[in-house]
Design a protein around this ligand. Structure first.
Ligand code: SF4
Ligand code: SF4
Length: 238
């Protein structure tokens, strides 16, 4: 039975409280030998305790699978990208290096790349992924787009990510504020500009909005219009 088409996965970094419940729940699953396939990252560890849950984004064109020389990573017909398969995986680390979201981990004792497969044993029979069932703050949500839009009117789901000139679309959605400062209904952002979020101003060109990580402000994501004028270098150099 495939994962139902109208069910999506939503990650809302603003809601993560760093409790690690998702990590513990994931580790309990026997299908990956007690290892958690979700991890938490600090956004700006030197200045904040804000954490972000990181799972496989289940890319429409998964780079991990494209670079695998052993054809060990399969994407199912319903769009879920699976962990590397034994005995095909040769533990070369290509997928680990290539994934733009920093997801796969090489489990050196098993000589196998393992990652989130969206709890395929559960989601393919209509259940929710373990992490989404235990998250107390709703940072991880599995359901329909209509449900999440009704529950989170001040946010909107985005599943298009810009890495420089590369555009990646995913099965997993990231929740971002609906507009500048979280104002509902006024954002026209079509994608999350990951390169810009990493403070690489030189690669932030293109149309649409730029999104920056900024946990010192009220919201995790701060929107800036591309129309904002850049400082004139010539005027500041003497
Ligand atoms: S997020 Fe990384 S590991 Fe997951 S499908 Fe995309 S490239 Fe592969
Ligand atoms: S269970 Fe939810 S709130 Fe707790 S660390 Fe995981 S994502 Fe964050």
């Amino acid at each position: 039975m495939p994962v139902p088409e109208h069910f999506d996965f939503f990650v809302d970094p603003n809601r993560c409280i760093g409790c690690q419940a998702c990590v513990q729940a994931c580790a309990e699953c026997d299908t990956h030998k007690g290892r958690p396939m979700i991890h938490l990252e600090y956004v700006e560890r030197s200045t904040s305790t804000q954490t972000v849950p990181v799972i496989c984004m289940h890319c429409d064109s998964p780079t991990c699978a494209e670079v695998c020389p052993a054809d060990a990573i399969k994407k199912t017909g319903d769009g879920v990208v699976q962990s590397a398969r034994k005995p095909r995986c040769i533990a070369c680390n290509n997928c680990v290096i290539a994934c733009p979201f920093g997801v796969p981990k090489m489990q050196s004792d098993f000589e196998l790349m393992m990652k989130c497969d969206m709890c395929y044993d559960r989601t393919s029979v209509g259940k929710r992924p373990m992490c989404a069932t235990v998250c107390p703050s709703g940072a991880l949500f599995y359901g329909t787009r209509e449900q999440v839009e009704q529950l989170r009117p001040r946010s909107r789901p985005i599943n298009t990510f810009q890495f420089g000139h590369q555009t990646i679309t995913t099965k997993v959605n990231m929740m971002v504020p609906a507009g500048p400062g979280g104002t509902p209904g006024s954002s026209s952002a079509e994608y999350v500009d990951v390169t810009s979020a990493m403070h690489d101003e030189s690669a932030a060109g293109g149309s649409g909005k730029r999104v920056r990580l900024n946990v010192l402000e009220d919201s995790l994501f701060q929107f800036e219009s591309d129309a904002v004028e850049e400082p004139d270098d010539a005027a500041t150099t003497t």
